[in-house]
Design a protein around this ligand. Structure first.
Ligand SMILES: *[C@@H]1O[C@H](CO)[C@@H](O)[C@H](O)[C@H]1NC(C)=O
Ligand SMILES: *[C@@H]1O[C@H](CO)[C@@H](O)[C@H](O)[C@H]1NC(C)=O
Ligand SMILES: *[C@@H]1O[C@H](CO)[C@@H](O)[C@H](O)[C@H]1NC(C)=O
Ligand SMILES: *[C@@H]1O[C@H](CO)[C@@H](O)[C@H](O)[C@H]1NC(C)=O
Ligand SMILES: *[C@@H]1O[C@H](CO)[C@@H](O)[C@H](O)[C@H]1NC(C)=O
Ligand SMILES: *[C@@H]1O[C@H](CO)[C@@H](O)[C@H](O)[C@H]1NC(C)=O
Ligand SMILES: *[C@@H]1O[C@H](CO)[C@@H](O)[C@H](O)[C@H]1NC(C)=O
Ligand SMILES: *[C@@H]1O[C@H](CO)[C@@H](O)[C@H](O)[C@H]1NC(C)=O
Length: 309
């Protein structure tokens, strides 16, 4: 009974806050674009036409026009001392180089317009097809879990829920290890497993490849934990952070074949997990039709706060 009322409270609380936030954050979530204009690190603003501004523009042009990189990860700097700008571009592992550049180019236009004069900003375009971020501090090889956003399907698993959660957990844990074993150009893993109702669950995990294996593992570990916190039993969910992405969906293969194939890993470690890491045969990379609700991290924190009082 106590549990029930607590759940009801949680539900009502989240509903109220959802309505509240969806209004309040209308300007940081445009239809296909999620972004944060530096409210966590508070790096401040640059002035228009300053050296920093010029450096940033040059850097982002260089980044989005680079045709030499074919593995979807860009880490560039430009400038000196306090005017030095750092930028990272990362594309989802199934996004081909030309599509990746196009995505980063759109992202650049959106981000610099939506976060005018901000020294630091981060944005994800179209289902995390690409992430673009920049700052005046070094953001390379740095594991950062925030700012983050979570999204989940409005549908729940209905049969053998515990078993469903276990299959999801095993799938994600296996993919986590696999992604962390990637090299300095790609830390990306996809795979699928069969849910109790014989539906297929597809998973995708990715880190920025400049992270150490341990950093990647750590980031994804936190995301998997979060997936069972925010989104337990949901048939699909996403946990999106600066350093790593997690996504799973049921019934729909939302990713295509890998755009970049890394050199074979040195020792194919024996796995006890029974999920299938081969490419799904139907391989339809088009978007999922599942209705996803997006709730920023802050709101969830608020939710748990309200529950604890
Ligand atoms: C998003 O918008 C809200 C409300 O306007 C604001 O309080 C918050 O700081 C914004 N977040 C970012 C990262 O810009
Ligand atoms: C930077 O500019 C934004 C938007 O104009 C403003 O809300 C914010 O307070 C500024 N930050 C600083 C540190 O001046
Ligand atoms: C954001 O990118 C989209 C590309 O789909 C473009 O249509 C839109 O104009 C861009 N917004 C800004 C502010 O540049
Ligand atoms: C799914 O589960 C959540 C949490 O238990 C609940 O709030 C939500 O209404 C459920 N959705 C459906 C469509 O049953
Ligand atoms: C940029 O990334 C590549 C590939 O991960 C790495 O080898 C290189 O050291 C990085 N450069 C910087 C400046 O961190
Ligand atoms: C799932 O498939 C297996 C083997 O094909 C079958 O035995 C089982 O009854 C199916 N379960 C459901 C819920 O359809
Ligand atoms: C993995 O997928 C292949 C081809 O889709 C299939 O033949 C095989 O039975 C699957 N293995 C498991 C453990 O599901
Ligand atoms: C892929 O998905 C699209 C849109 O959902 C659909 O029109 C198309 O038929 C699918 N293709 C395959 C091979 O399943």
């Amino acid at each position: 009974m106590a549990v029930l009322s607590l759940r009801t409270l949680f539900f009502v609380c989240c509903l109220l806050i959802t309505n509240f936030i969806s209004q309040a954050s209308a300007d940081n979530n445009t239809q296909n674009y999620h972004y944060f204009c530096d409210h966590i690190n508070d790096r401040g603003n640059y002035t228009a036409d300053s050296t920093y501004h010029t450096n940033l523009n040059t850097l982002l042009s260089t980044l989005t026009s680079n045709t030499l990189i074919n593995y979807g990860f860009y880490n560039f700097t430009n400038g000196e001392n306090t005017d030095k700008v750092y930028a990272i571009g990362l594309c989802r592992g199934d996004v081909k180089p030309d599509e990746c550049r196009k995505c980063l180019e759109y992202s650049r236009a959106n981000l610099t317009q939506l976060c005018p004069n901000r020294k630091e900003a981060i944005g994800w375009y179209e289902d995390e097809k690409c992430m673009l971020r920049y700052s005046d501090r070094s953001i390379f090889s740095l594991m950062e879990v925030g700012p983050a956003y979570f999204a989940w399907s409005s549908l729940n698993a209905t049969t053998q829920v515990e078993q469903f959660n276990k299959v999801v957990k095993d799938l994600l844990d296996g993919l986590r290890s696999k992604a962390a074993l990637g090299d300095s150009q790609s830390k990306y893993a996809t795979g699928y497993a069969t849910a109790p109702d014989n539906k297929t669950i597809y998973g995708l995990l990715q880190c920025t490849p400049d992270l150490s294996g341990q950093g990647c593992d750590n980031c994804l570990l936190q995301s998997i934990k979060e997936a069972f916190n925010c989104c337990s039993s949901r048939i699909g969910a996403r946990i999106v952070r600066p350093s790593c992405n997690l996504r799973y969906e049921t019934s729909s293969a939302f990713y295509g074949p890998p755009a970049y194939v890394t050199s074979p890993s040195p020792s194919p470690s024996p796995s006890t997990v029974t999920y299938n890491t081969s490419s799904p045969e139907k391989g339809n990379a088009s978007g999922t039709s599942v209705d996803i609700h997006v709730i920023p991290l802050l709101m969830l924190l608020l939710c748990s706060f309200f529950i604890s009082i």
